[in-house]
Design a protein around this ligand. Structure first.
Ligand SMILES: Cc1cn([C@H]2C[C@H](O)[C@@H](COP(=O)(O)OP(=O)(O)O[C@H]3O[C@@H](C)C(=O)[C@@H](O)[C@H]3O)O2)c(=O)[nH]c1=O
Length: 182
């Protein structure tokens, strides 16, 4: 397992070892012991999510607040995405900064998004299946978000001049400054 730090505190990228032979390849997509060694503490993932999206779909930026915050370990089973997270922790030295990385079925990179971050992704390939582990359960009444094109965050979404396909909910999130739960 190769671990790469990011400029954001507590957020890191994992590159699991891939064993290739004439049949194809094998990789450990998750190993609790190895992951906890990378993290430096215990973690209990309680929910696995998987979504399918078409090219140009942007989901995010999402977070759950209060006791329902979620850390997430993101990977891509099919296709490629631009994965983005934003540090929302006021006491963090990287508060208000984003990290962006391409995750794909070919680079097999995984992004660990700590609690206290917003998360979102843009589908770069024709189709994408994204899967992620969460360390806290989904709670509809604790979900919130920030508008993906917030001017202050200034995330360089790889849209090539196109308008992304977003849900009605995601089109209405407030800006970072106006987010009431931060
Ligand atoms: C996230 C989630 C959604 N749902 C339901 C609610 C809704 O009816 C339907 C679709 O939900 P959404 O539109 O919120 O799905 P989506 O936009 O894919 O939401 C996800 O986006 C990415 C970026 C994240 O980081 C995730 O944590 C999650 O917020 O699925 C669950 O039952 N459990 C869940 O954990």
């Amino acid at each position: 397992m190769n671990v790469v730090t990011t400029p954001l505190e507590d957020c890191f990228v994992l590159k699991p070892e891939v064993f290739e032979d004439e049949r194809g390849w094998f990789t450990e997509s998750f190993n609790q012991k190895v992951f906890e060694e990378c993290l430096g503490r215990k973690i209990k993932f309680v929910q696995d999510n998987r979504s399918f999206s078409k090219n140009g779909v942007l989901r995010g930026l999402h977070f759950q607040y209060g006791e329902y915050q979620q850390a997430k370990l993101i990977s891509v089973e099919k296709g490629a995405i631009q994965d983005v997270c934003v540090d929302l922790r006021k006491d963090s030295s990287t508060y208000g900064l984003y990290f962006s990385i391409e995750l794909s079925d070919s680079n097999k990179k995984q992004l660990f998004v700590p609690r206290g971050f917003a998360h979102g992704f843009l589908v770069l390939s024709n189709e994408a299946i994204v899967s992620y582990k969460c360390d806290n359960y989904y709670n509809r009444s604790a979900e919130s978000g920030i508008i993906y094109n917030d001017l202050e965050l200034d995330i360089p979404w790889n849209l090539k001049g196109r308008i992304p396909v977003v849900s009605e909910k995601d089109a209405l999130w407030p800006t970072f400054q106006q987010q009431p739960f931060l």
